[in-house]
Design a protein around this ligand. Structure first.
Ligand code: 7TS
Length: 416
């Protein structure tokens, strides 16, 4: 299974790469699978599936507890992933990497454990109009509880955040700014460095929702100087059920625990409990050992592909080809043409419902996402219920893009 990964820059062979993903070999509805739902979750290479099965087959044991050989091996592998993630996002210390069940859990952790302690009545939290529900609702819950106010950075008709408005929204009452690095519905790459600078000038902390960024962009939390960074393994060729929260040591130490239980304590008496050091303070109970271990295989895989900017360039070539061809279809409107985008193209079709188009594409073996993509406020702003979204990954091909556009044309001609 360990065939060498092609280096994107000099000898990228997408067909060799595709061979490493078992599911890409299958047919759907009698047609070759064209998987364009990568923003929802990416497919998994064989090495990740092997790592997952390998843990259960060879060294299944609980971690940090037993002194026996299997427990030691499992603990070492689990902690190895933590060090790999540290390196992957350029965090200063492995202790600043907390494993959660996903981006959603990471954001809820910060909203609860940081927000409850440091937010008061009259304080403000700023998010953006581009957010996924998981970076909206936790802040609403917090603001309701604390009598705080939620403010929203607007988005323009192209899908760019209006930073000039942020300058007016932000002030001495702003305690938290939480925005996504990349939008899942429109693909916009947000100017997060500028947002962080503005927030820090006002004394606020910044959480970046990196769910859509890590598979496409080289993330350096130190260069960004963000306070928290949240992402999910499953959007990065890794397993479901694992997420990461990076946080600056000083903030994580100042926060209360999120959940109580085993593993997160130093000492428990009925009178008082003292807590473990970070990261364990935030990892109560038996974690998702198998999937955390397999996540390392995913990171090694993606790092083995070479320079992230080359990956992005390849995906951009798919995006540009798709955008250009889609625009030729009469009645098709692209939603979101921001200045900087990852390989996500969202659109609506005059006279046809997005669900119908999604179903007809599925019949041809093409998997796209239809609906509001968990960004209902954003859809409302554009005056739509939802879109058809094609999101590309490194294993997609130009032939697939062409087939997708041709299929769409046939559907539109037949049904409209
Ligand atoms: N934030 C963003 C920007 C996302 O795109 C998603 C998932 C989440 C948070 C939540 O991540 P989770 O792993 O905790 O579920 N986005 C999508 C999507 O676009 N289609 O399906 C899931």
């Amino acid at each position: 299974m360990n065939q060498p990964t092609p280096h994107i820059a000099d000898k990228f062979d997408v067909h060799v790469l595709r061979g490493r993903f078992p599911v890409l070999q299958r047919q759907v509805n009698g047609k070759n699978l064209v998987y364009f739902d990568n923003a929802a979750t990416t497919q998994k290479p064989e090495v990740v599936i092997e790592a997952l099965a390998g843990y259960y087959r060879q060294y299944n044991a609980n971690i940090h507890r037993g002194l026996h050989a299997l427990a030691e091996k499992a603990t070492a592998a689990y902690e190895d992933t933590r060090r790999t993630i540290r390196q992957f996002i350029h965090a200063p210390e492995a202790d600043e990497i907390i494993f959660t069940s996903g981006t959603t859990a990471s954001i809820n952790l910060v909203a609860t454990a940081y927000g409850r302690k440091f937010l008061g009545a009259g304080d403000e939290v700023i998010i953006s109009a581009l957010e996924h529900h998981s970076n909206i609702v936790p802040w609403q819950l917090l603001c309701e509880e604390k009598n705080a106010t939620l403010k929203v950075i607007p988005v323009d008709e192209k899908g760019n955040l209006v930073l000039a408005d942020l300058a007016h929204l932000i002030g001495s009452k702003t305690k938290i700014v939480a925005v996504n690095h990349v939008s899942n519905s429109l693909g916009t790459i947000n100017p997060v460095a500028e947002i962080i600078r503005m927030a820090h000038n006002a004394g606020a902390v910044v959480l970046l929702d990196g769910a859509q960024a890590t598979a496409h962009i080289d993330v350096d939390v130190q260069a960004l100087d963000c306070d928290f960074y949240a992402f999910s393994a499953h959007k990065l060729f890794g397993p479901t059920g694992v997420g990461v929260l990076y946080g600056k040591r000083s903030l994580l130490e100042a926060m209360n625990p999120y959940q109580g239980g085993g593993e997160m304590i130093k000492e428990v008496t009925f009178e008082k409990t003292t807590y473990a050091e970070i990261p364990y303070k935030f990892e109560a109970g038996t974690p998702n050992i198998a999937d955390v271990i397999a996540f390392k295989a995913a990171i090694d895989f993606v790092e083995g592909l070479g320079d992230k900017s080359e990956l992005l360039r390849y995906e951009q070539s798919l995006l540009q080809a798709a955008t250009k061809q889609l625009k030729e279809i009469r009645g098709l409107k692209i939603i979101g043409e921001a200045d900087e985008k990852i390989g996500v193209v969202s659109f609506v079709m005059e006279g046809m419902h997005h669900f119908d188009i999604g179903m007809m594409l599925d019949a041809k073996g093409i998997a796209v996402r239809t609906g509001h993509h968990c960004t209902q406020p954003l859809m409302h702003q554009f005056g739509i219920e939802g879109t058809i979204r094609a999101s590309f990954s490194i294993y997609n091909t130009i032939e697939e893009v062409n087939f997708f556009v041709e299929s769409l044309k046939q559907i539109v001609e037949k049904w409209r």
